[in-house]
Write a protein that binds this ligand. Structure first.
Ligand code: PL3
Ligand code: FE2
Ligand code: FE2
Length: 237
């Protein structure tokens, strides 16, 4: 008689990786470094945006402080697993986006700076942390759950400012999107192999990123057609 054994029933959700194996630690040394570098750069970026928006400097300093806390949290995650973050790799990983942010900053382009930091980088972080949480070790899971809530606050900050100023910056935002969304796409491609070792799926990352980014653009006031055109930049770039 054919029976369905309990062991044949697939368990819901992704399986947990072996956090102690060399393969996992090797991938973690790069992914963790990317996250630490990303949090550090986010801190610096919010402080920099505050120099362009002096009346917002206090608020932006608060956001920057949260990023510092995130960085410390993820540093603890690596220590907990006995992993040394590969910071040189992470610096290179962020270099193109970092360069574009610095250029916009030097030109005083607030909308571009906010699109890069508060929309693209935060949406990237939100998607990565969402997908990581179910497959993280218990220590890192707790830390990441706390962090992801803050990242929504940061995304929201960008949404509110850009929504209030959309009439004056629509074209600048479309151009900033065209120049920077392909970089995010490339970063996702670069991280996919290591993410897979952590049991994080690339398609899930892309899907989650696009949801967060698209929701932000809708909130800011872009139409469905404009958003479709902006998303297409990732296919072309
Ligand atoms: C802004 O607040 C933070 C910016 C961080 C960028 C995150 C990039 C994420 C890459 C994929 C990492 C998976 C999560 C693993 C956590 C140790
Ligand atoms: Fe953060
Ligand atoms: Fe953030």
């Amino acid at each position: 008689m054919a029976t369905l054994e309990a062991t044949d029933v697939p368990t819901a959700g992704a399986s947990l990786p072996d956090f102690t194996c060399a393969n996992y630690k090797d991938a973690y040394s790069r992914i963790n470094a990317i996250v630490i570098e990303g949090e550090q750069e986010a801190h610096d970026n919010y402080i920099s945006i505050g120099t362009l928006l002096p009346d917002q400097a206090d608020e932006l300093t608060k956001l920057a402080r949260m990023e510092m806390k995130h960085m410390k949290g993820f540093t603890a995650c690596a220590n907990n697993l006995g992993v040394t973050a590969d910071m040189a790799f992470a610096k290179e990983f962020f270099a193109p986006l970092h360069g574009n942010f610095q250029k916009a900053l030097a030109e005083g382009k607030v909308p571009t700076c906010l699109l890069i930091q508060a929309l693209l980088i935060e949406a990237f972080a939100i998607s990565a942390y969402h997908i990581y949480i179910p497959v993280a070790d218990p220590f890192a899971r707790k830390i990441t759950e706390g962090v992801v809530k803050d990242e929504y606050t940061h995304l929201n900050y960008g949404e509110v400012w850009l929504k209030a100023n959309l009439d004056n910056c629509r074209e600048e935002l479309e151009e900033a999107n065209r120049e920077n969304l392909p970089l995010i796409r490339r970063m996702l491609d670069q991280v996919a192999g290591d993410a897979a070792v952590l049991h994080m799926d690339k398609e899930d990352l892309i899907e989650d990123f696009l949801i967060a980014y698209q929701e932000a653009l809708t909130e800011i006031g872009f139409s469905t057609r404009e958003i479709a055109r902006m998303a297409a930049a990732a296919l072309v770039g």
